[in-house]
Ligand binder design. Structure first.
Ligand SMILES: [Zn+2]
Length: 284
C-alpha cells in the first residue's frame, strides 16, 4: 500500500483510542511475519531497526528490506530507526529510505538532549521524515548477558519545554516500563503518565518495553491515554525462538536454512496478530 511516516500513522491514534505497534525486526522472516500479521488485522505497522539489528545487518540492507515490504504491503508501513545514537546515524537512515527516526538523547543532560534532538528534527522534517525523542530513561531488565540499567522516570515538568523546543512528533517516556522484559509485570505510574499528558496534550506518547505490559494493560493504555505507539520486541523474539526450536526438532536431518526458517513465519505472525489486537480496534 504505502511507505508512510510515523506522523501519518500516529496522527489518527490520539482521537481513535488505539495505538500502533513498533515491532523489532532482526531479519527477513520476522519482518515478513509482522507485515502478514498487520495485513490480516487491517492495521498500520512500524518496522523498527534497533541497535542489535544494525550491528548484525548493514543499515542500507535493512532500509531496502523495509521499503520493499512497505511498498508491497496492503497496510501503511513505517520504516523506523530505533534508538539512533547520533545525528549521523539518523542521517544515514534517512539516506537509506527510513521514514522515521528515533534520536535517543535520554542519557544526556536535559539541555543537551533538547539541542541534539532539535538538530535531528530540523534535518528530518526538511526531508518529510518524522522524529521520536526520549525524555527520562527507559531502563533495561537484567538477563541474557546484560546487566540491568535502572530507569529514570520522565519528569512531567520538563515535557512541555522539550516538546516545544525540539518539535518532536512522538515522545518516548519512562513511566514504569522497562526494556527486555521476558514476562509481563511492569507497573504503570499513572499519576506520572497523566501529568505528562497534561503538559503536552497533543503529543503522541511512546512506551518502549511493550513486552512487559500484559495485553489488557496495553489495551487500557491505548484506549484511555495518549500512548499511541508500543515498542514490542521480546515477546515476538520469544515466539521466533520457540518456532525455530520446533522446526529443528521436527526433523533432525534438516540443514537447509530456508526450509528451517520458513517454518518460523506463521508462528511469529500468529503471535504478532495477538499483540496487534491488544492495541485497540483497527482504524476505520
Ligand atoms: Zn527502546
Amino acid at each position: 500500500m504505502a511507505l508512510v511516516s510515523l506522523t501519518q500513522v500516529l496522527s489518527a491514534c490520539l482521537t481513535q483510542h488505539r495505538a500502533v505497534a513498533g515491532v523489532v525486526v532482526l531479519g527477513w522472516e520476522d519482518a515478513l511475519a509482522y507485515v502478514q500479521a498487520a495485513e490480516a488485522e487491517g492495521c498500520p505497522l512500524i518496522l523498527q531497526a534497533g541497535p542489535g539489528a544494525r550491528a548484525h545487518t548493514p543499515l542500507p540492507v535493512l532500509g531496502a528490506m523495509f521499503r520493499t515490504l512497505a511498498e508491497r504491503a496492503r497496510v501503511p508501513v513505517v520504516a523506523h530507526l530505533d534508538h539512533g545514537e547520533s545525528l549521523a546515524v539518523c542521517a544515514e537512515a534517512i539516506a537509506c529510505g527510513f521514514t522515521s527516526v528515533m534520536y535517543d538523547g535520554s542519557a544526556l543532560p536535559l539541555d543537551e538532549n533538547i539541542a541534539r534532538t532539535g538538530e535531528v528534527v530540523a534535518m528530518a522534517h526538511g526531508l518529510g521524515v518524522s522524529v521520536e525523542g526520549e525524555l527520562g530513561f527507559v531502563g533495561y531488565t537484567a538477563g541474557v548477558g546484560r546487566s540491568g540499567a535502572p530507569s529514570l522516570g520522565t519528569d512531567p515538568a520538563e515535557v512541555a519545554r522539550f516538546a516545544a523546543q525540539t518539535g518532536v512528533d512522538a515522545l518516548a517516556i519512562s513511566v514504569g516500563n522497562s526494556h527486555l522484559m521476558t514476562e509481563v509485570g511492569a507497573q504503570i505510574d499513572w499519576p506520572r503518565l497523566h501529568a505528562i499528558q497534561v503538559a503536552a496534550p497533543a503529543l503522541p506518547l511512546v512506551l518502549h518495553g511493550g513486552s512487559g505490559l500484559d495485553h489488557a494493560l496495553r489495551a487500557k493504555l491505548a484506549g484511555e491515554t495518549n500512548v499511541c505507539k508500543f515498542n514490542i520486541g521480546t515477546e515476538l523474539r520469544q515466539a521466533f525462538g520457540a518456532a525455530l526450536r520446533d522446526s529443528l526438532a521436527r526433523d533432525p536431518a534438516r540443514f537447509d536454512r530456508i526450509q528451517i526458517l520458513r517454518d518460523t513465519i506463521d508462528p511469529v505472525a500468529q503471535a504478532t496478530r495477538r499483540a496487534l489486537r491488544s492495541l485497540g480496534p483497527a482504524p476505520q
